[in-house]
Ligand binder design. Structure first.
Ligand SMILES: [Zn+2]
Length: 304
């Protein structure tokens, strides 16, 4: 009974606040300089409500081991049904906006690509996405190449692959934005790029759900991971990767599908966004269950 009423309250609070947010953004359409500050105020209001209602997103409770040798060491760990990830305090790992390969199933290789590839040149500085502690600094000749794994207090672990040089050591504590390596082309890689993964207790989540490299921003202050939501990372289709999911493997092909996300900017129409994403307006509407005349609000997240 307790949890049910809390849940209702949280959902209600979010609905209310997102309404407030859209409203206030509309009001200040011509006052761009204070937009950021107002957004921060909204964040504070949201945080107050979340603090009162949710205490379950504690990374300290999520992880029970500190394994500095084995990257994928969580096969027996039980994921929470949902987990709220705090994305504030992020830093984009690279200023590059050029995504060369997305997360998801690659038919050509018949396997999942569990990260996002971002074009960087050998020697480009790669920085930590959040404050954290370095768990792995290793070389994987047939895969990640020279790579670094960092665990963050928000529950995420981030992986940075194909580096030409690692600049941190195991157990180092790093700050968001601190250089941790240099871009490169090591391991299974053709052409220098950064392979970037975001994982929660071993479960890969599409980084594009949280990190918008094109706009060099996160998709929101928080990201709520949901274990049984296939669009959040395809992990259900992998079977066994998390010690579960065998039954889901046989289920529909929809779990093979991964979406990418686009955050609407002020003044953008469906036509503008469809053009940017290389889609027809019809397609964009059908994916997002929108009508062609739908009015978009800044900050709204579209799937594509
Ligand atoms: Zn990759």
């Amino acid at each position: 009974m307790h949890s049910i009423s809390l849940k209702g309250f949280v959902v209600g609070a979010f609905a209310f606040l997102s309404g407030v947010s859209a409203f206030s953004q509309d009001l200040i359409a011509s006052q761009a300089p204070i937009d950021r500050r107002l957004k921060a105020v909204d964040s504070v209001a949201i945080q107050r409500i979340i603090d009162k209602t949710e205490t379950w997103s504690d990374a300290g409770e999520l992880y029970t081991s500190w394994n500095t040798q084995n990257t994928h060491c969580y096969s027996s760990a039980e994921l929470p049904d949902s987990f709220k990830i705090d994305l504030r305090g992020f830093c984009m790992p690279t200023p590059s906006r050029n995504i060369t390969s997305r997360y998801g199933y690659r038919a050509a290789f018949r396997r999942q690509h569990k990260g996002l590839d971002i074009k960087v040149y050998t020697g480009d500085t790669i920085v930590a996405a959040f404050d954290g502690k370095v768990r792995i600094v290793r070389y994987d000749r047939g895969g990640y190449g020279k790579y670094v794994v960092i665990r963050h207090p928000n529950g995420l672990e981030t992986i940075y692959g194909h580096l030409s040089k690692q600049l941190v050591a195991v157990d180092d504590e790093v700050k968001a934005g601190e250089p941790i390596g240099l871009g490169g082309n090591t391991g299974r890689s053709t052409g220098s790029h950064l392979h970037f993964e975001t994982r929660l207790l071993g479960r890969a989540i599409d980084p594009a759900l949280m990190f918008d490299f094109v706009n060099q921003d996160v998709t929101g202050d928080y990201f709520v991971f949901r274990k049984n939501e296939p669009s959040q990372g395809n992990a259900l289709a992998q079977g066994g990767a998390n010690g579960r999911g065998k039954a889901s493997t046989a289920s529909s092909g929809s779990s093979q599908r991964s979406f990418h996300y686009y955050k609407v900017k002020r003044g953008e129409s469906l036509y503008v966004i469809a053009g940017k994403l290389g889609l027809t307006v019809d397609k964009l509407c059908s994916i997002n269950r929108l009508r062609k005349k739908s009015v978009l609000r800044p900050g709204q997240i579209l799937r594509y």
